[in-house]
Design a protein around this ligand. Sequence first.
Ligand SMILES: *[C@@H]1O[C@H](CO)[C@@H](O)[C@H](O)[C@H]1NC(C)=O
Ligand SMILES: *[C@@H]1O[C@H](CO)[C@@H](O)[C@H](O)[C@H]1NC(C)=O
Ligand SMILES: *[C@@H]1O[C@H](CO)[C@@H](O)[C@H](O)[C@H]1NC(C)=O
Ligand SMILES: *[C@@H]1O[C@H](CO)[C@@H](O)[C@H](O)[C@H]1NC(C)=O
Ligand SMILES: *[C@@H]1O[C@H](CO)[C@@H](O)[C@H](O)[C@H]1NC(C)=O
Ligand SMILES: *[C@@H]1O[C@H](CO)[C@@H](O)[C@H](O)[C@H]1NC(C)=O
Ligand SMILES: *[C@@H]1O[C@H](CO)[C@@H](O)[C@H](O)[C@H]1NC(C)=O
Ligand SMILES: *[C@@H]1O[C@H](CO)[C@@H](O)[C@H](O)[C@H]1NC(C)=O
Ligand SMILES: *[C@@H]1O[C@H](CO)[C@@H](O)[C@H](O)[C@H]1NC(C)=O
Ligand SMILES: *[C@@H]1O[C@H](CO)[C@@H](O)[C@H](O)[C@H]1NC(C)=O
Ligand SMILES: *[C@@H]1O[C@H](CO)[C@@H](O)[C@H](O)[C@H]1NC(C)=O
Ligand SMILES: *[C@@H]1O[C@H](CO)[C@@H](O)[C@H](O)[C@H]1NC(C)=O
Length: 804
Amino acid sequence: MVSVLLSVAAFIGVAVGTVPAADPRIVGPYGNVPPVYPSPNITGIGGWAEALIKAETFLAQLTLEEKSGIVTGTTGPCVGNVGPITRLGFNGICIQDGPVAVREADYVSVFPAGITTAASWDRLLMYARGVAIGAEFKGKGAHVATGPVAGPLGRSAWGGRNWEGFSPDPYLTGVAMEQTIGGMQSSGVQATAKHFIVYEQETQRVPTYNYSTNATISITAVIQEAYSSNVDDRTMHELYLWPFANAVRSGVASVMCSYNRINGSYACENSKSLNGLLKEELGFQGYVMSDWGGTHSGMSSVEGGLDMDMGGGLGVYGTKLEPNYSFFGGNITAGVLNGTLPISRLDDMVKRIMTPYYLLGQDSNYPTIDISMGLLYSAIAGAPSSWVQGYQFGDPDRDVRADHNATIRAVGAASTVLLKNVNNALPLKAPKSIGVFGNDAGDDTNGAYALANWEYGTIAMGAGSGTGRFTYLVSPLEAIRARARNYGALVQFVLNNTLINSGLSTYIIPKEPDVCLVFTKTFGIEASDRATMDLDWDGNDVVESVAAVCSNTVVVIHSPGANNLPWSDHPNVTAILAAHYPGQESGNAIVDILYGDVNPSAKLPYTIAFDESDYNTVPSRSAVGNSTDPYAWQSWFDEKLEIDYRYFDAHNLSVRYEFGYGLSYTNFTLSSMSIVYLSNETITAAPAELPTAPGGNPALWEELYNVTVKLTNVGSVSGAQVPQLYLTMPSSTPAGTPPRQLRGFDKVFLQPNAASTVTFPLMRRDLSYWDVVLQEWIIPAGEFVISVGFSSRDIKVTSTLVVI
Ligand SMILES: *[C@@H]1O[C@H](CO)[C@@H](O)[C@H](O)[C@H]1NC(C)=O
Ligand SMILES: *[C@@H]1O[C@H](CO)[C@@H](O)[C@H](O)[C@H]1NC(C)=O
Ligand SMILES: *[C@@H]1O[C@H](CO)[C@@H](O)[C@H](O)[C@H]1NC(C)=O
Ligand SMILES: *[C@@H]1O[C@H](CO)[C@@H](O)[C@H](O)[C@H]1NC(C)=O
Ligand SMILES: *[C@@H]1O[C@H](CO)[C@@H](O)[C@H](O)[C@H]1NC(C)=O
Ligand SMILES: *[C@@H]1O[C@H](CO)[C@@H](O)[C@H](O)[C@H]1NC(C)=O
Ligand SMILES: *[C@@H]1O[C@H](CO)[C@@H](O)[C@H](O)[C@H]1NC(C)=O
Ligand SMILES: *[C@@H]1O[C@H](CO)[C@@H](O)[C@H](O)[C@H]1NC(C)=O
Ligand SMILES: *[C@@H]1O[C@H](CO)[C@@H](O)[C@H](O)[C@H]1NC(C)=O
Ligand SMILES: *[C@@H]1O[C@H](CO)[C@@H](O)[C@H](O)[C@H]1NC(C)=O
Ligand SMILES: *[C@@H]1O[C@H](CO)[C@@H](O)[C@H](O)[C@H]1NC(C)=O
Ligand SMILES: *[C@@H]1O[C@H](CO)[C@@H](O)[C@H](O)[C@H]1NC(C)=O
């Protein structure tokens, strides 16, 4: 076993064209990590032709050293920097984290996290959030934002960065990617789809280095390499690549390759995934940027499809900060001069980087850089003057928030999932006496720039590079008090979890309140996977303690994903709300829901199992057999397509709250399904062979059927509902096909007694599986079952369509 793994991993840094030995456990052509060379050229398809001409004009004026500079990160005022070329009036490219805010910078908004936004299932809000995020990056002078996230997809419920992404369902994530990217780029900022690909755990995401050596170059100090995600070709296409196809189709400027290895070879030098899947199959026209320190070779990475080394001059992740060190930079120049690297490849890299810059008009009147984006870096490094040479700075501390608070609050409320509501607990009807409990209710005692798991304070975003600096954060307690003060209610609170669990709450609040609002939390952070799915700070005990003495206990959870909720059937727990990470308007958004100003309409974007032991996809927490072999760390995607609800459905397992589940204050019915075939031609199993465009073969995106249903609000209040379409493939589809897969949804707002026809267009891709032999998306023959309901397990209407 070890020798096999070694030979697979030996692909790292080997000469171009060497075929690594196949791991016998991985079947299919992709498992062989076939070399795919040369790296495809940008062609300008998909509306980029004019911008490409501008990029070529720019390229023609560059010296070899300048070209090497464009593809290599350097020191500067942003998280990532392409240096200015002042003689050409080029002010450089400022690349800034991250998915929820302009990282580091002051006077910015902190938006709801990806997983929060996904729970809204609302295309318009996804887009609006993207527009606002894009406007803030542009306002601060950042050209590129490193988001949104489709990797991790969320294979493992413990994944430390799942909250940055959207949902383990590729269809939902695909829609969220295209809406977010479309919104961001409409504001003139370049979006980055990250992290490419199968980056599904944090544990051992980067190599273990030997810090007792003085080596600053990672390779010489590596004890153990990053884990390898070992995934078969079909799973790659149907789950992990799927949302990136949506991202590329929506014109995303950049794709960031990830830290992990893929079937043995590092993601940023993996020619199959970068040259093959991304540039050839999906027709990606932009540039591949490495994650910071994700580059592990020079020439091999360039030939493998990497176009830009980040952070470049900021050194290699996990080693000492080494200014100006890079596998690129001078090595690119040397490679061209000694004939190893064709200049046409370097030219293509520069064109891929500069074309989106011109496409989005960033060459004229782009806002100057607000130095507040570099607060952390300058504090650490003392901001040597060389770091800011040639960059164009404007006023610092610019307020770019505009009216984005309205969108943030709307997304926050629209994404709060109502999991339980009995005894008419919610909405609240002006309770006179309110008890607020738990350490998640109040202000952060240690500051809200969440870098650690503080005991006291509400959590509204996760930690790591995907953070933002709150200009303000409305805590739940603050918003509840403001609301209750309007009608003279008594608000008492105990925020100390230890004290609540010692039973002392009844001493402090002797008379049982009309409602007890319990705020619980779970910390999520980049670079480490969750150790447990229990609520942090004994949150489960806090719920039990309050529910033991309060017959109307409403629980709110702020969390990066699923939790163990052993108390969910407790008779005194009358309502449960999963609010995820809502961003700066957290308190206002939850009050909107609690008091019924907004009717809940969110749906779980993942499954909540009865217990964490029910999930099948645990992170790989140690190397195989605890081997010290440098290449021994593996993550086997043996479950193939069976992640999240696909697994629970395939094995007929009960869950606590299923994928797609979420309650409302009103009631809806679904009826009258009809299916219309949209083409005037007979359906073929394989798509027409059209020239590849961004997103892949355009025939895959052709709408073949419209499925319509009638949705009626039969309750007494207005509200939105999300009918969801699940597809069951015919029995002729190869084994391992999940019983039901999401292939459509829409969020519809209705007044009481109003009805609406909801249409789900089904594209060719929606009806296809990836055939590993034919290397093609194929529509199987036979009967498809179309199910539409209010969750993955609450199906209301079904019908069939037959393909012969
Ligand atoms: C890319 O274009 C150059 C000409 O600029 C050509 O020499 C090279 O073969 C092309 N590469 C590919 C993969 O088509
Ligand atoms: C780390 O480096 C030191 C100094 O070179 C060496 O003595 C030690 O054996 C190395 N440790 C490992 C685990 O490689
Ligand atoms: C590391 O460098 C320091 C200072 O240059 C030197 O004193 C020390 O011996 C070196 N350690 C190793 C393990 O090479
Ligand atoms: C080129 O790469 C090597 C490592 O392979 C590194 O030591 C060197 O510093 C790099 N050169 C430049 C100019 O970045
Ligand atoms: C050419 O330069 C590249 C980059 O420094 C280096 O990796 C390669 O070994 C060199 N090849 C020759 C033949 O010198
Ligand atoms: C957003 O902020 C402005 C200015 O503080 C305020 O007037 C407005 O009410 C806020 N909007 C929402 C939806 O909270
Ligand atoms: C929380 O309550 C416990 C138990 O009463 C107490 O020991 C602790 O000091 C309290 N913490 C704070 C910050 O008040
Ligand atoms: C529910 O709350 C009441 C207080 O109103 C308490 O007497 C009862 O024991 C609680 N029920 C449970 C199951 O804890
Ligand atoms: C690996 O090490 C861990 C922690 O020491 C231990 O729990 C586990 O049993 C070991 N696994 C194997 C296969 O030896
Ligand atoms: C189908 O319709 C398209 C235009 O929508 C037309 O170009 C094509 O000829 C039609 N094909 C048949 C078989 O009628
Ligand atoms: C199919 O649905 C789309 C999207 O709702 C709509 O634009 C189109 O008109 C529908 N086509 C037919 C033939 O019903
Ligand atoms: C929804 O229907 C349930 C019974 O199915 C009923 O108890 C409840 O009152 C209805 N809710 C509304 C808001 O109409």
